[in-house]
Each structure stands twice: as C-alpha cells, then as structure tokens.
Design a protein around this ligand. Structure first.
Ligand SMILES: Cc1cc2nc3c(=O)[nH]c(=O)nc-3n(C[C@H](O)[C@H](O)[C@H](O)COP(=O)(O)OP(=O)(O)OC[C@H]3O[C@@H](n4cnc5c(N)ncnc54)[C@H](O)[C@@H]3O)c2cc1C
Length: 224
C-alpha cells in the first residue's frame, strides 16, 4: 500500500546528509532496521521510488529519515535536499530483513549506519544497548553520521567503538578500511550477532571476514 505523507521539517546532519521528519499515517508500524520506498509527489519524480530506512522509534508520533544526497546528478536524493516543510511525499509499507537479534558487532559504512541508528535508539531507550561494538567506516570524519550520539552509546562500559577513515587521517580515528585484523584487534568480544550494512562491496567483504572470524551464517544479519 502507498501512503501520502507531509514533510514536517528538515535539518543538517553532515555536509551531504539531512534529517527529515515526516507525518506518520495512522496505524503505520515498522520495526527498527526496516526501510520503505519514498517518492517525491512532483510531476517529474512521482514514479521514482528509492529505499530509505526509518531512523526513529516506531513509538514516535512522526517518521524520521537520515538521507545522504547525491548532488552529482538529478536523482531523488538531490531533489529531496531542497524539499520544504509542507511538501508531500509517497511512501510504501515497510520492508527489510535487518532487525535486532541480541548483542554483537555492528559493521557499518557511510549511510549504512541508518538501520542501526533505529536499532540503537530503540535499544538505548529500553536500557539494553550493551555488550556490543560498533565499527563504522567513512571516507572522512566530516562524513560520520551522528558521531556524538554514537560515541555516547558506544563508549559506555561493556560497549566498544571504532571509527575508521578511508580517505583522511585524523586524531582519534583509525586510518584505512575495516579489515579482519583491525576487527580482531579492536573487538574484545567477538560473540553474538554480526550486523552488516553499507555499500554492496562493503557488505560482501564484511560477510567474508565475519565468516573467517567464526560467525555462523545464522548469526549474520544484513539486508537480503
Ligand atoms: C533497503 C535500503 C535502505 C536504504 N536506506 C537509506 C537511508 O536510510 N539513507 C540513505 O541515505 N540511503 C539509503 N539507502 C540508499 C538510497 O536508496 C540511495 O542512496 C538512493 O536510492 C539514491 O537515489 P538517487 O535517485 O539520488 O540516486 P540514483 O539515481 O538511484 O543513483 C545512486 C548512485 O548512483 C550514482 N549515479 C547515478 N546516476 C548518476 C549520474 N548520472 N551521474 C553521477 N552519478 C550517478 C550516484 O552518485 C549514487 O551513488 C538505502 C538503500 C536500500 C537498498
């Protein structure tokens, strides 16, 4: 089913990522980690549906998204950047296989953090975001989405945080891509579930790494 919803507000998250607050259709439910397809209700783009993940809690009265815009061509995310409160959008019923299934390691790259944001916010509110590590890879520190919030969650005792930068060196961050040796060196606990989200190539290499580390395929959560 498709729903017509209204953009209520937008705000900056990073130089190319915005936070969008959208009206919530009555009775609309999703679970943290799920996504929807959004289209702009404009003449040009109304048939262009793109997938985006809910980043707030299902119990909230609005829907929230955290969306990276690509300004190198006239796609949906470029047009979304200029959307104004009051504009209408269309969205579909929620879908997706990423869900929280207990503590573990979260491996994310770029906008791949979005399903985990929803999961972290939900688990944090329940007081049960513990015994988990986040390993989050970005091009530069300016690209890290919600860095302060993530740092707050994952520098709590029993949690761990590793931020890696692939295109810049900066104090407090590890330089380079996430590799098996980095993961093994920085994660004190490599148990529970392995949650993976990011570009296709990232997901493929992280699946291989966690399998080499010893995670059973049933313990690996990713978007299928
Ligand atoms: C399940 C799921 C959930 C997702 N959730 C989120 C989310 O919460 N937040 C988020 O930011 N992203 C999310 N994404 C990614 C998001 O769907 C894409 O970024 C979005 O579809 C891009 O739409 P677009 O129309 O702007 O770009 P598209 O036209 O679809 O192009 C996408 C990519 O191709 C490149 N490209 C295409 N055409 C050109 C061109 N002519 N010139 C140069 N480059 C080009 C773009 O740079 C970009 O890298 C999700 C994806 C999936 C599958």
């Amino acid at each position: 089913m498709d729903y017509t919803v209204t953009l209520l507000s937008t705000g900056f998250v990073t130089h190319d990522v915005r936070h969008y607050v959208i009206s919530k259709p009555e009775g609309f439910h999703y679970s943290p980690g799920q996504a929807t397809e959004i289209s702009l209700n404009t003449f040009d783009l109304k048939n262009e549906k793109r997938s985006f993940t809910f980043t707030n809690r299902n119990s909230d009265k609005t829907l929230e998204f955290t969306i990276k815009s690509y300004h190198d061509h006239d796609g949906v995310t470029h047009a979304l950047w200029d959307a104004q409160p009051g504009d209408t959008l269309r969205l579909t019923d929620p879908f997706g296989t990423i869900h929280y299934d207990g503590s573990g390691i979260f491996l994310a790259a770029g906008a791949g953090i979005t399903p985990f944001l929803a999961i972290f916010r939900e688990q944090w509110a329940k007081g049960s975001l513990c015994n988990s590590s986040l390993l989050y890879s970005n091009k530069t520190n300016a690209d890290i989405i919600c860095e302060q919030e993530l740092t707050h969650y994952f520098t709590q005792p029993e949690n761990g945080l590793l931020l890696t930068l692939t295109r810049k060196s900066a104090m407090g961050y590890v330089s380079g891509r996430l590799t098996q040796s980095i993961i093994e060196e920085y994660c004190t606990k490599l148990t529970g579930k392995a949650y993976i989200c990011g570009p296709k190539q990232f997901v493929a290499s992280m699946k291989e790494i966690v399998s080499n580390i010893g995670f059973d395929s049933s313990a690996v959560v990713f978007e299928k």
